[in-house]
Each structure stands twice: as C-alpha cells, then as structure tokens.
Design a protein around this ligand. Structure first.
Ligand SMILES: Cc1cc2nc3c(=O)[nH]c(=O)nc-3n(C[C@H](O)[C@H](O)[C@H](O)COP(=O)(O)O)c2cc1C
Length: 395
C-alpha cells in the first residue's frame, strides 16, 4: 500500500491531525519519540509567543496496539492549547507575503481568517508527527535522517560534523539547531536586532539521510523521480521558496569535469564507491547509495509588527497589513519540518521498492534486493567467465 498523508486542523482550532496510510504492521512506535520531534519543532531562538503557549504532544488515536503499528491508517492528533478560533475577529487587511490576499480572492470572501487559519504553519505540527513515524520506519531499515539549520539572515555555518550522530549532538545543543556553535552568537545578534526593529529574518535549512539504499525513486516515469518528489515536498513547507539537491545551484557555474562524482571500484561485496557527493545522493531521479543532501531556502516571515502596505477589503482604501502574533525567525523550526518532509518521501519511495504489509516483509524484501544489487558489481569474475562462454558458444 502506498504511503499517503492527509493533515487537517486550523491553527486556533481544537487540534491539528494527520492520517497516515500505508505504514506496515509491526513497527514499534513510541509516542515519546514523536513528542521529541514535536518539541524540536517548537524550539529555536526567534520564535513568538505562540510557541510559549503550546506544549505539543501526540495522541495516537488509531492504527496502534501494544506499541506497534497495526498496518491500518495511523491517526495522530496534536491538540492546540490556544483553541480560540470561534472567538477570533475577521481579518480584512491581507498581509503581503502570506496566503491572505490570494485566498480571499479564491474563496470569494473579504475575511481572510478561514484562510490564514489553515495556511498557518501550525499545520506543520501534524506533518512533523507523521514524519516521526516515517523516521521510525526508515531507522528500522537502516536509514537515518537529520535536519538542521545552516544559515540565518546570511550568517552561515562554516563547518559541519562529518557524521550524523555528531551532527545531531551539536545541533541539539544549539538554540538555532545549527551544528556550528561558532556562528551562534552572530545569529542571535541578528535575530535580536530584527525583533527589536519589528522585522523578520529567513535562512537555509539542510537535511541529510544516510544508509539510503540505492535505486529508490525512478528514471522511467517523470512523476516518480525522487528529486522532483523531494523538491515538491520541500516547497510544500510554508515560506520555503528554493530547493537544491547536493551542490544544486553551484553546479550551474562549474565545468562538467568538476561537477560529477567519480565512480570507484567497490569494496569486497559492496556497491561501487564515489569519490565525492556533488549529486547529493540522487542521480537520474533515483538514490545512488550516497548520502542524500537537500537544502531549502526560507524567506523572511511576512507577519511584520508594523504591517506592510496593503488594502482593507471593507473600505477598499490603503491600510497596513493585519497584525498577527508572529515569529521573528522560524528557520530552526523549518529544519525540523524539512527533516519530516524528506523522511516521508524517502519512506514512501522505500515502500514502493520493497512492498510489504509487515515490517518483517519489508526488511526481507529489502535484504533480497540489496543482495541482488550488490551482485551487479560484486561478482565480476564469474560474470566475465559467463560472458566468455557465451562468446565461444556464439562462435
Ligand atoms: C515552522 C514555521 C513557522 C512559521 N511561522 C510564521 C509566523 O510566525 N509568522 C508568519 O508570518 N509566517 C510564518 N511562517 C510562514 C507562513 O506560514 C507562510 O509564509 C505563509 O503560509 C504563506 O505561504 P508561502 O510563504 O509559502 O507563500 C512559518 C513557517 C514555518 C515553516
């Protein structure tokens, strides 16, 4: 069954929720692990008052028994502490950069309340809860995913740990979820100055996935290309406006001789190795066995203290965009959402490759496939002898 996610819920409604179909039976799922990811999404220097109000906890209301998935749809609910939806006033002054204006026109209403309540990034709590399930599945299949913040307002991490465990440890010590402590002070000054000025800042998030089997995704059908699916998943995150895989945009200025990753002979019984990973682990729409590297650019948030120039739908006259409670910087939080989004796409592609109603079946199918794929480069002598025999027979 295909992995499929639907989320529901308004920002100030009673809850946000996710229905995740297609998770195989038998996967151990600890709600505390989901809560840990939800708590990370709430972190980050620069968040606004809302994140101080909410204490996100998942309630798994379907698809789980005895701590293991049943193979039926999972229903994941995160209740909102601030559930004031019915008491909130209309919003008639659309904020430039938000969904307000386009949504008012689309929904034929002068009140953007119903639009911003759903367009709000609060819904990413449900996405992150589902992403935690995807991460549990991937981890059970030897794949580890880590998202982090690379830059805030132009202040960029200079060095990153080479491996995911060290990266996670450094990231989790940081108020910006940035694994390079040396830039934290500059990030903090920048965000504090923006907050004092009533302004906002954006930045760049990055996601790594290690242990990804080669051959996930597809080269045969454009819609099945994994790079396209990951890019779409990243751009579905509110305020993410650019995506690159591997060296992405930098490759556009490099000569072909310096833009690709040499293929080196395999270690015994393994896959061919690569001399570099400029492709970010995806070639031809498929994983190639290297680390998957995805980056996303987040724009500065559009709810500004003083409101950007806009028009009031009630009067038709110029007015400042509506003032809403807002973060100054949500790049750290977006790195968690990006981690969840990439994990969901990788888990979906893994299950397409393996099939399987149970985790046991997924793993058996994965092992059998990996053994066959290793054989492609792993038995060159036998293959040469067989080719020789075929040649002699033909003569
Ligand atoms: C984790 C996260 C938190 C966000 N917090 C805010 C916020 O506090 N204020 C705001 O104006 N936008 C915030 N956004 C961005 C808006 O949701 C987004 O800009 C809006 O829905 C319009 O969509 P678009 O920017 O993709 O066009 C946040 C986005 C993310 C991923």
């Amino acid at each position: 069954m295909a992995l499929r996610l639907t989320t529901a819920g308004e920002s100030h409604g009673p809850a946000v929720a996710a229905v995740l179909e297609g998770v195989p039976a038998g996967l151990a799922l600890d709600p505390a692990a989901v809560d840990a990811l939800l708590a990370r999404r709430q972190r980050g220097h620069g968040r606004g008052a809302r994140m101080r109000i909410e204490r996100d906890r998942v309630e798994v209301l379907g698809g789980l028994r005895g701590g293991r998935t049943l193979g039926s749809p999972l229903l994941l609910v995160v209740r909102n502490r601030d559930d004031s939806l019915e008491r909130l006033p209309p919003v008639t002054r659309p904020r430039p950069g938000h969904a307000d204006l386009a949504g008012m026109l689309k929904m034929e209403t002068p009140d953007a309340r119903g639009i911003l309540e759903r367009a709000s990034a609060r819904s990413t709590a449900a996405l992150v809860a589902a992403g935690a399930v995807a991460e549990a599945l991937l981890s059970a299949c030897g794949v580890e995913v880590a998202g982090f913040c690379v830059s805030v307002g132009g202040v960029e991490a200079a060095t990153l740990p080479a491996r995911i465990p060290a990266l996670r440890a450094a990231r989790d010590r940081s108020d910006f979820l940035c694994p390079d402590a040396s830039v934290e002070g500059a990030m903090r000054s920048l965000v504090d100055a923006a907050r004092a000025a009533g302004d906002t800042v954006g930045g760049v998030v990055e996601v790594w996935a290690d242990g990804v089997p080669p051959g996930l995704g597809d080269f045969r059908v454009a819609a099945a290309r994994l790079d396209g699916r990951i890019a779409a998943a990243m751009l579905r995150i509110p305020a993410l406006k650019g995506v690159e895989i591997g060296d992405g945009f930098a490759l556009a200025g490099a000569p072909g001789s310096a833009a690709h990753d040499p293929i080196l002979p395999p270690a015994r019984g393994g896959f061919p190795r690569r001399g570099s990973n400029r492709a970010g682990g995806i070639e031809g729409g498929m994983t190639n066995g290297e680390r998957v590297v995805v980056r996303g650019a987040m724009k500065p948030l559009s709810s500004l203290r003083d409101g950007l120039p806009s028009v009031d739908a009630l009067t038709g006259r110029p007015a400042a965009g509506a003032r809403q409670r807002s973060d100054t910087c949500a790049v750290p939080a977006a790195s968690v959402v990006a981690e969840a989004a990439v994990a969901l796409e990788l888990a979906a592609a893994l299950l397409e490759k393996t099939g399987g109603d149970t985790l046991g079946e997924v793993r058996r199918n994965l092992d059998a496939y990996l053994a066959a794929a290793r054989g492609v480069f792993g038995r060159p002598r036998r293959r040469r002898r067989a080719a020789g025999r075929r040649g002699r027979a033909a003569r």
